[in-house]
Design a protein around this ligand. Structure first.
Ligand SMILES: Cc1cc2nc3c(=O)[nH]c(=O)nc-3n(C[C@H](O)[C@H](O)[C@H](O)COP(=O)(O)O)c2cc1C
Length: 378
């Protein structure tokens, strides 16, 4: 199939994904929270960032390579951690890991994904980053840190923008549960998505492979509910200090929207800050992440790298974020739309779309390198 012409953008892949996966999986992936104004605000604010083209720059191929924590990546973007990726397509985490290794970009494995760090870092030893929320039990935190180290992971992401689970009304209305409740509605929704149903049957139902060993054995069937028992959503700086003391690799704090929090993160030893409003899935009253970025980049003042996500759907959005002070961008839904649409080959196709769009738009504005982009263009 000629993917480049049939699905030339992330939007085309999202359209296809919606028709290929069950309603509850689509609602989980695509939704925001509340009235979903923040999803719209993230989009509108990115659209409002305009970059003025410079002309007569001659013939050039833009250089996209980016160095982060001493490692060279092929492009300034990576795949953000997405919980339960395997619900969108079985084996999604492995697809993402293979893509990350082949294309040389980072992939953040969520602690609530369906594969474990041992497997994923086995596929992409130099590209797998591990993302954790805050386990309540110190033994679970220590064990996750030990396992990540033992798996060879060098970069840990601590996500702090989920002080409590958000209500996510679309997910509630869609009746999403893990494992799925096998009632008539679920069966019907699965039956009308035969490709997904067969693939899931062959692979086995999504499991929480990283966390399930911490579940009480007699309650395994409770699935997602048990996650809430393991995760303490309200860590404080002392908790972060504890992680810093236990983790000697790169440590990133994800979910920063306030410049003072960014400064505090650096004071507490973070090696990078990650500006994000969780793709509009947590607090519907938040500013757009792209609007928060410049002040945070100013506060950080080049001391550590600034990562950015929330709303990126193409190369132009990446350019926008880099122009406003981000050093690196991440995409959550985009890669999963692609895998839901196309299965395993979706991940590399999404990379190709993003890379192609980034290069094309850099030529449009006359930016030969990412460094060019960061200097003011007036
Ligand atoms: C379905 C879904 C699940 C997510 N699960 C996690 C998670 O487990 N851990 C985490 O740090 N962020 C999680 N996120 C947030 C993403 O890492 C990222 O911040 C967000 O998707 C960026 O917005 P975008 O989807 O518009 O690119 C999730 C996002 C989605 C869409």
């Amino acid at each position: 199939m000629d993917l480049a012409n049939k699905y030339p953008s992330i939007w085309h892949l999202a359209d296809r994904a919606k028709k290929r996966i069950p309603f509850f999986a689509w609602e989980y992936l695509d939704s925001g929270t509340g009235m979903e104004r923040l999803v719209d605000r993230n989009r509108a604010a990115l659209d409002a960032v305009h970059l003025t083209p410079r002309v007569l720059g001659g013939r050039f191929t833009p250089d996209l390579t980016t160095t982060l924590f001493g490692q060279e990546f092929s492009a300034p973007f990576g795949a953000a951690p997405v919980g339960m990726s395997g619900l969108m397509w079985p084996g999604a985490e492995k697809s993402l890991a293979r893509m990350a290794a082949e294309k040389s970009i980072p992939y953040g494995l969520s602690m609530v994904a369906n594969e474990d760090p041992e497997t994923v870092a086995g596929i992409a030893p130099d590209q797998t980053w591990m993302q954790i929320y805050a386990p309540k039990e110190p033994e679970v935190l220590d064990d996750l840190i030990q396992r990540s180290k033992a798996a060879g992971v060098k970069t840990l992401i601590v996500t702090v923008d989920v002080p409590v689970g958000s209500r996510r009304e679309r997910q509630l209305a869609a009746g999403l549960t893990v494992p799925p409740k096998m009632n008539a509605q679920t069966l019907w929704r699965v039956a009308v998505r035969p490709e997904w149903a067969l693939a899931t049957l062959a692979y086995g139902q999504p499991r929480f492979r990283t966390l399930e060993r911490y579940f009480p054995q007699d309650q395994m069937r409770e699935g997602a509910k048990l996650i809430g028992n393991i995760v303490d959503g309200r860590p404080d700086w002392a908790y972060f200090d504890r992680i810093r003391a236990a983790w000697d690799g790169n440590l990133i704090l994800k979910g920063i929207m306030d410049p003072q929090d960014a400064k505090d993160a650096i004071a507490h030893g973070a090696d990078a800050v990650w500006v994000s409003n969780h793709g509009g899935r947590q607090f519907d009253g938040s500013p757009a992440a792209i609007d928060a970025l410049p002040a945070i980049a100013d506060a950080v003042a080049g001391r550590v790298p600034v990562m950015f996500d929330s709303g990126i759907r193409g190369g132009l959005d990446i350019l926008r974020a880099l122009s406003l002070g981000a050093d690196f961008c991440f995409l959550g839904r985009a890669f999963l739309y692609a895998i839901a649409a196309l299965g395993d080959k979706g991940a590399t196709h999404a990379y190709d779309i993003l890379r192609g769009d980034l290069e094309n738009n850099m030529v449009q504005i006359g930016a030969k390198s990412l460094a060019d982009l960061r200097s003011p263009q007036a």
